[in-house]
Design a protein around this ligand. Structure first.
Ligand SMILES: Cc1cc2nc3c(=O)[nH]c(=O)nc-3n(C[C@H](O)[C@H](O)[C@H](O)COP(=O)(O)OP(=O)(O)OC[C@H]3O[C@@H](n4cnc5c(N)ncnc54)[C@H](O)[C@@H]3O)c2cc1C
Length: 476
């Protein structure tokens, strides 16, 4: 480790967003690329602390102190080689990950954590710019055929690993474009889509085959897959939206967040949305019900579309600014975070329960009736919600976006036809090798974990690839 006092002398510096007024005029990425000098300096803040909790907290087991050190010495090539050993797509996590690693960085005990995510992003961008990220096709082929269903980060990570092991890999995707939620859920201002295309070109050059527009279990019977392939990976996500079963739910102007976000991503890709189904926030008073990444992405999208106002309702209380005593380091800090979208505008209201949605008399939503709630722990330590007296209020709104999360994978079709067992949370149950109750059928990502994160999807895809390889090669 070259900079023994780096963390004492250098302050944490995060990536800078473009000015709000400028970025609200487009859907381009919010953050500006940092200078290499800044990233080298930030790498020198890593203490190489001996027991790297950052490494443990990362679902991929990224060997972070090593690449921090290499970056601080300006050795981008070795940093990249190490980074790519554990992570197929550092450009996705470098832009999207909440950085579980930074929450566990030893430096955060008395200082600000190392900007690990920023460094990761710059290492991979440097690698692409230098032409160091090249296809790595297999040297020998096994003759085994694997079908991957779903082209989100889990399916793509598994496909790349399996191909590099020498298997013939075909990825089936129900949408017309490859990428899963990276393509159609996450807005361009968080992840521009040429970042996905750049990586897909590498997978294609390695020999991964893509079959977009194939809805397994609907347009293609599951048995066709079972007969044509030696193993199957289900990486079809957990996109069954959680609904809000309150009176007035059937009024016009109320949509699931994903319907709304997908449309905008399609527009950004140059597609035309039919006027009769288009959802547009321009001039509307928007109410986003539900916090989290999806809710924040709705806020940013509505502001860019020119909403008259954007309000978010969150059922849970506002998190504290600092760690609570029952949330010590190195746990993930449950503290208040401001996404780039929340920096841009809109109001966030916490501890609020939506009781009903009210119409304008013509079948169009016009307001939400809500009440404030308080949260207390009961004698078993479980959180209990209580409505507060005399706090009922009405929030005017003519566009409501439901961002209440996802209740699990869509069961109708592929899952039902395969008859695989489900776990208590409704996701597809697997063993430690990611094999489901049906031999030769594996599951990974949100499909087996429930709604989660990109970093977990990549990690699960890699674990599933190992499991499939073992299954196919019978331990050899
Ligand atoms: C709006 C939004 C914002 C998010 N923001 C972040 C973020 O900032 N950071 C972060 O870490 N995570 C974020 N997430 C979560 C993250 O996107 C997911 O955890 C991750 O994409 C899961 O990857 P996956 O490969 O398991 O599934 P998905 O990305 O959901 O991909 C599954 C794919 O399978 C396809 N499919 C489904 N059924 C079939 C079938 N029967 N046949 C063929 N194809 C099928 C789907 O069309 C889809 O393309 C966000 C999620 C949403 C919804």
């Amino acid at each position: 480790m070259g900079h023994i006092e780096g963390f004492l002398k250098i302050q944490r510096q995060e990536q800078q967003g473009r000015p709000v007024a400028e970025r609200l005029r487009d859907f381009n990425e919010v953050y500006e690329a940092p200078s290499e000098e800044l990233v080298i300096e930030q790498g020198a803040r890593c203490m190489d602390c001996g027991i790297p909790y950052c490494h443990v907290a990362c679902p991929l087991g990224n060997f972070i102190p090593f690449w921090n050190d290499r970056v601080s010495e300006g050795d981008w090539r070795q940093a990249l080689e190490q980074l790519q050993r554990e992570n197929n797509f550092p450009e996705f996590t470098g832009q999207l990950c909440p950085a579980l690693c930074e929450g566990s960085c030893s430096l955060s005990l008395g200082f600000e954590p190392v900007t690990i995510r920023l460094i990761e992003r710059q290492v991979i961008e440097h690698g692409f710019a230098q032409g160091w990220v090249v296809p790595e096709p297999p040297q020998t082929l096994t003759g085994k055929r694997v079908a991957v269903v779903g082209s989100g980060p889990a399916g793509l990570a598994a496909a790349q690993q399996l191909r590099r092991m020498g298997h013939e890999v075909t990825v089936f995707e129900r949408d017309q474009q490859i990428g899963g939620l990276l393509r159609y859920g996450i807005p361009d201002f968080k992840l521009e889509k040429q970042i996905i295309d750049r990586r897909l070109a590498q997978l294609e050059a390695e020999g991964v085959q893509f079959m977009p527009g194939v809805h397994v279990g609907v347009s293609m019977p599951v048995e066709e897959l079972c007969q044509g392939f030696d193993a199957i990976l289900l990486a079809a996500g957990a996109q069954h939206p959680r609904d809000l079963p309150v009176p007035g739910r059937d009024l016009a102007g109320i949509h699931f967040a994903m319907e709304y976000l997908t449309q905008q991503n399609r527009r950004c890709a140059g597609e035309v949305i039919e006027p009769e189904v288009a959802i547009d926030a321009k001039g509307r008073h928007v109410l986003v019900i539900g916090g989290g990444d999806t809710g924040a992405d709705c806020v940013g999208t509505a502001l860019r579309q020119g909403a008259a106002s954007v309000t978010s309702f969150e059922l849970m209380p506002e998190p504290p600014n600092e760690r609570a005593p029952d949330n010590p380091w190195p746990e993930w800090p449950r503290v208040l975070r401001k996404s780039s979208s929340h920096e841009e505008g809109g109001e966030r209201i916490y501890s609020v329960l939506t009781r009903r949605l009210l119409g304008d008399g013509n079948g169009q939503v016009a307001a939400a009736a809500a009440v404030r709630v308080s949260w207390q722990r009961d004698e078993h330590g479980q959180w209990r919600m209580e409505e507060l007296e005399d706090t009922a209020f009405t929030q005017p709104c003519d566009l409501v976006l439901l961002a209440l999360g996802f209740s699990g994978p869509i069961r109708h079709g592929m899952i039902e036809q395969l008859g695989v067992a489900l776990s208590a949370n409704g996701a597809v149950a697997t063993d430690a090798n990611k094999m489901t109750s049906r031999p030769g059928v594996f599951a990974a990502g949100d499909m087996s974990r429930g709604q989660s994160l990109v970093v977990w999807a990549i990690a699960e895809g890699r674990t599933a690839a190992e499991g499939i390889n073992q299954f196919l090669m019978d331990g050899s």
